[in-house]
Design a protein around this ligand. Structure first.
Ligand SMILES: NC(=O)c1ccc[n+]([C@@H]2O[C@H](COP(=O)([O-])OP(=O)(O)OC[C@H]3O[C@@H](n4cnc5c(N)ncnc54)[C@H](O)[C@@H]3O)[C@@H](O)[C@H]2O)c1
Ligand SMILES: [Zn+2]
Ligand SMILES: [Zn+2]
Length: 376
């Protein structure tokens, strides 16, 4: 089959690879109808995630039709249309039973977090879904059957960025009347803005430096937009215009944010897990006693991490991989009822064969690219 594979840093190719097969009795094989590229894939392509061998099939935002099921699968059957949440979870360990599916104890032999599709050996070594077919382990847990009347575009993002953005707002405790700052206006940041508004936030401030993405937030969602390149100290600026800071700041940037020269050198030398430019803005932009959520993905070590700034101002810091399974049904119902729609962020629909180009425009923020959907 055809698949998008990682072939080294900044090198993504469409290649022919072996078809996946049922390996365990509760596996299913999905014939992919739509798959998307995520900011998390860019961390892989930039060489920021360890243990990523050449030839690894990418992709963790995938939906399609069940092609084959293992003998113990009861939740779905051949022909069902399903979305597949990005964390791989067993469904019965302590963490899965407590809705922390992204910390499943059983799905990743190589680490403490759950496995993730297409996300290196560190996350379990599972092939990804930017391909014609995907093997899905724990077929009785992850895949969710979706109604025929909803289009792929309406529900594909249930696999990751819809639950992820919802979760960020949820664990941040955003409530009616709040002021919320969203750092990063990529797909995750833009949906986070929409959920903050959905939860009744009174004032939302969107921060990025990419003009067309800020424009999307400003014009489509009618929120305030701040270009962080236009301020010497964006955090202080936000503190000033909000008279003391926002109730909640949600970082939707992560380790590939703008880096200082010092951070670039340290990151190259593997002394640093990447950028912390968004965290630095967050420490100042949040009010005393407020909450900062790191939805953006970070590496392991951070020199000069502004811990004291968080401590001195009694800030609550929350973070991690989204336990997507815990949210998919609730969000699916909101979409079904016409209460939430995420299709406005889709700027490109391309074929899987155009995968290399798709990665390029998403990474370079060219051609006004926000979110790409690929059709095998
Ligand atoms: N925690 C999870 O479960 C989870 C799930 C999905 C994605 N993510 C992460 O969310 C992040 C965003 O994903 P995306 O698909 O929107 O990626 P993206 O790369 O399209 O968007 C990131 C945006 O941040 C902007 N940016 C860079 N530095 C900034 C700064 N200092 N302040 C404000 N904005 C800045 C960039 O210009 C870009 O528009 C990534 O780190 C991704 O890995 C996390
Ligand atoms: Zn993703
Ligand atoms: Zn588990």
């Amino acid at each position: 089959m055809k698949a998008i594979v990682y072939d080294g840093i900044q090198d993504v190719k469409v290649k022919s690879v072996k078809d996946p097969t049922i390996e365990k009795g509760d596996d299913i094989i999905v014939k992919v109808t739509s798959t998307a590229i995520c900011g998390s894939d860019l961390h892989l392509v930039h060489g920021m995630i360890p243990n990523m061998p050449k030839g690894f099939v990418l992709g963790h935002e995938t939906m399609g039709i069940v092609e084959e099921t293992g003998k113990y699968v009861e939740k779905v059957k051949k022909g069902d249309r399903v979305i597949v949440p990005f964390p791989i979870a067993c469904g019965h360990c302590w963490y899965c039973e407590h809705d922390l599916f992204s910390q499943c104890d059983n799905s990743n032999p190589n680490g403490e977090t759950s496995g993730i599709f297409g996300y290196s050996n560190t996350y379990g070594g599972y092939d990804g879904g930017q391909a014609e077919y995907l093997r899905v382990p724990y077929g009785n847990v992850g895949p969710l059957k979706v109604p025929e009347e909803l289009s792929d575009e309406q529900i594909l993002f249930l696999t990751d960025i819809l639950p992820t953005s919802y979760w960020g707002v949820d664990i941040g405790g955003v409530k009616s009347g709040d002021t919320v700052v969203v750092l990063g206006c990529g797909p995750v940041g833009l949906l986070t803005i929409k959920w903050a508004i959905f939860k009744g936030a009174k004032r939302v401030i969107a921060v990025d430096r990419v003009g067309y993405r800020l424009k999307h937030a400003l014009e489509k969602y009618k929120v305030e937009a701040v270009n962080f390149e236009e301020h010497d100290n964006t955090g202080e600026y936000i503190k000033e215009i909000t008279r003391g800071g926002a109730d909640v700041v949600i970082d939707c940037v992560g380790m590939d944010g703008k880096m200082s020269t010092f951070e670039k050198i340290e990151t190259m030398l593997k002394l640093q897990g990447g950028s912390k430019s968004a965290i630095e803005i967050a420490t100042q932009a949040v009010r005393k006693g407020g909450t900062v959520v790191l939805v953006g993905v970070y590496g392991s070590k951070y020199n000069l991490f502004p811990l004291g700034d968080f401590f001195a101002r009694n800030i609550t810091l929350k973070m991690g991989q989204c336990p997507a399974h815990a949210y998919v049904e609730h969000i699916l119902n909101l979409i079904k009822d016409g209460k939430f729609d995420a299709t406005d962020i889709i700027t490109h629909k391309l074929s899987l064969d155009e995968g290399k180009h798709a990665y390029e425009i998403f990474d370079k923020k060219s051609d006004d690219c926000i979110k790409v959907i690929l059709k095998p």
